[in-house]
Write a protein that binds this ligand. Structure first.
Ligand code: FAD
Length: 258
């Protein structure tokens, strides 16, 4: 009997974005690690992952979830049964061990992806499409301000690692609680400030920090949509930061399913 292919290449495409939509790799959970009360690392492997590009930490993939009651996800995105997909950021892909790590926010909300992650165990199946393009690609500036929360922590961390050692790099991370602070593998030139949600005003902290940096600082904002909008406006209006130096991405939208 012909085996169902683990990786489907529906069509070759020149664009990264469309290949993200069409190539789904079948993977299985090999490890589940609770990093903090709200962040769960899940490690995936499988034949379908061979050939996954290395060095894409900080870019996102689409996770393709199995339908309710099914063990495996649908891999043919062109079929009539559209699977539920969500965006997650590559924490690490190791081509030697063929293992891909993604960190899922858990215990914060209900949704197909977070609920899947909360129940995930060794051997569970998940489809992976992508990676997509990184949200920050210019690393030649002298100063960077990278602002994120737990959903964008791996993007912020990967971008910080890509900055030159002589650059002035500031990371601001908004977390639900003090026990959500983790060690990030970034250079000594990167200064990290953790803000606990209920205790701090994000825009105040961002303005204070950005006000001390040059006007051409490259800013990355990876947060909830309304926070991204508000911060983009205040940075432009109050600090005259040019819009082209503010790189924004809404990682989630309060009250709206992705
Ligand atoms: C480029 C990109 C990369 C991303 N990388 C990651 C990642 O590495 N890890 C990660 O955890 N998330 C990541 N996200 C965010 C993730 O895709 C969303 O949080 C997504 O909504 C989760 O899907 P869900 O099925 O759990 O909830 P949904 O069905 O999408 O949403 C259900 C409800 O939960 C709320 N909700 C969604 N996310 C959150 C949240 N984080 N906190 C509080 N409430 C929430 C929504 O407002 C909605 O009301 C990324 C998003 C983008 C755009």
């Amino acid at each position: 009997m012909r085996k169902f292919p683990e990786k489907i290449n529906a069509r070759t495409s020149s664009s990264r974005r469309s290949s993200e939509k069409r190539n789904v790799r079948l993977t299985q959970v090999t490890n589940v690690i609770d990093l903090t009360p709200h962040l769960r690392r899940i490690v995936f492997t499988g034949k379908g992952l061979y050939g996954f590009p290395a060095g894409e930490e900080g870019a996102h993939v689409k996770v393709v979830l199995p339908a309710a009651g099914e063990q495996k996800p649908v891999l043919d995105l062109g079929g009539k049964d559209k699977p539920v997909m969500r965006s997650y950021t590559i924490q690490k892909y190791d081509p030697l061990s063929n293992q891909l790590s993604l960190d899922f926010v858990v215990n914060r909300h209900q949704g197909p992806a977070t609920n899947w992650a909360a129940q995930a165990k060794k051997g569970d199946y998940l489809g992976i499409a992508g990676p997509g393009v990184k949200k920050l690609t210019r690393f030649t500036a002298q100063a960077f301000l990278l602002v994120g929360d737990l959903t964008s922590i791996n993007a912020v961390s990967a971008f910080a690692q890509s900055t030159p050692a002589e650059a002035d790099v500031h990371v601001l991370l908004l977390v639900p609680g003090r026990d959500d602070v983790i060690k990030l593998d970034v250079g000594e030139h990167v200064s990290i400030q953790w803000l606990v949600e209920e205790e701090s005003e994000l825009s105040e902290s961002v303005l204070k920090l950005a006000g001390q940096l040059p006007e051409d600082t490259q800013v990355f904002l990876g947060l909830e949509a309304a926070q991204v909008k508000k911060l983009t406006t205040v940075l432009q209006e109050q600090l005259n930061i040019d819009r082209s130096n503010i790189h924004t991405s809404s990682y989630w939208i309060r009250g709206k399913s992705a």
